[in-house]
Design a protein around this ligand. Structure first.
Ligand code: BYC
Length: 321
């Protein structure tokens, strides 16, 4: 009985000190005690974030050999390489919570872990590479700038570095769109077509409306999320409308209009049926993306085995010295 009481006291003390840290805005670090629900919430979000970066390399990778100039090819290669790096920072940061990279990959392959809806759409033309950089990375930056102040230290530090690289990605995409809009009628049409296809899925990247977002209340209480899904979506819309106007693109939303009273844009209804279909695995490219990831992961097994053999050899040498 006494043992149980003491265990409960320790548990209460741990929870209180965690809550006080969150209240003060201190970072939670890997060795700090934390509630199990906080730990599992972070593993879910951070691993999904890492998977998104890695799966996000696929639609763009498809265009490396077809980039229209050597300059465009170099820039695209650098951007995709950055995304692989972002995935690695995020997997490493998630590992500090007591899950291995292998376990995270297994969850992705079994369908337990999600990745962003946006990467289940095809990149059909070069203008899509512009739209991905401008809109997709643009939406990701808005979300990630806010996550720089997330309460978990390793996640927040990864975000600071990722945001610096993402702003180059966004400009790369906008440059492609601006160039196409300054080109021939066919190029302008291609850019507008890409805009029409990527606009709505980009708005879905921020997740369901706040009233329909089951994870938000814990995330806001624990300061994992510093802004809600709707607040960030609104921020993205307000900054992107002007950028579209400058280069002559039309936002494909007949209901989009400036709301003088609120000082922001009102937008039309988002197709949440499509969103739920896509995140349930039924989007245009889900099967292709997962099949590719599984194949490449299996093909790369020898690299992981070689790295492990090398590590063991080095350990042995150290031990024998
Ligand atoms: N896609 O309660 P909610 C990049 C799920 S990659 C798929 O609002 P939460 C880039 C959600 O997981 C950047 N699923 O959840 C890379 C939950 O389901 P579960 C990717 C989504 O977590 C390469 C359910 O819906 N960025 O920039 O509070 C090339 C209910 O949602 C989505 C991140 O991952 C979605 N869009 O909020 C170019 C940011 N939205 O898990 C670019 C980090 C929601 O309960 N993540 N769901 O089964 C977050 O900030 C948050 O997790 C979200 C969702 C805002 C996405």
């Amino acid at each position: 009985m006494e043992v149980l009481e003491n265990a409960n006291k320790i548990q209460d003390g741990m929870l209180k000190s965690f809550e006080q840290k969150i209240e003060r805005g201190d970072a939670i670090e890997p060795r700090d005690r934390m509630p199990e629900a906080y730990r599992t919430h972070l593993i879910r979000q951070m691993s999904q974030h890492a998977h998104s970066e890695v799966i996000g390399m696929q639609p763009e990778g498809n265009w490396i050999t077809r980039a229209p100039s050597l300059r465009a090819k170099q820039i695209l290669l650098a951007k995709i390489q950055d995304e692989g790096g972002h995935g690695l920072y995020l997997y490493s940061a998630a590992e500090t919570l007591g899950i291995t990279r292998d376990e995270m990959i297994a969850q992705l392959h079994s369908g337990k872990a999600k990745y962003s809806n946006i990467f289940n759409y095809p990149a059909l033309t070069w203008a899509d590479i512009g739209a991905i950089g401008w809109l997709v990375d643009g939406a990701a930056i808005v979300n990630q700038v806010s996550l720089q102040r997330t309460s978990y230290g390793p996640y927040s530090r990864a975000m600071v570095r990722i945001c610096k690289e993402e702003s180059f990605h966004q400009r790369q995409g906008y440059e492609i769109m601006a160039k196409m809009m300054a080109g021939t009628a066919d190029q302008r049409e291609m850019a507008q077509d890409a805009m029409n296809r990527w606009w709505w899925p980009s708005l879905m990247m921020f997740g369901p409306h706040d009233s329909e977002s089951p994870r938000s209340s814990d995330a806001i209480r624990w300061k994992i999320k510093r802004n809600t899904n709707d607040e960030l979506r609104q921020k993205f819309i307000d900054k992107t409308v002007q950028q579209a106007e400058v280069i002559g693109l039309t936002i494909p939303d007949a209901d989009l209009k400036w709301n003088e009273e609120k000082g922001c844009y009102d937008h039309g209804a988002i197709n949440w049926t499509e969103f739920h279909q896509v995140i349930a695995g039924n989007g245009p490219c889900n099967a292709q993306r997962m099949a590719h990831h599984k194949k490449v992961h299996a093909d790369g097994a020898w690299v992981r085995e070689a790295a492990e053999a090398y590590r063991l050899k080095k350990d042995k040498q150290l031990f024998n010295k």
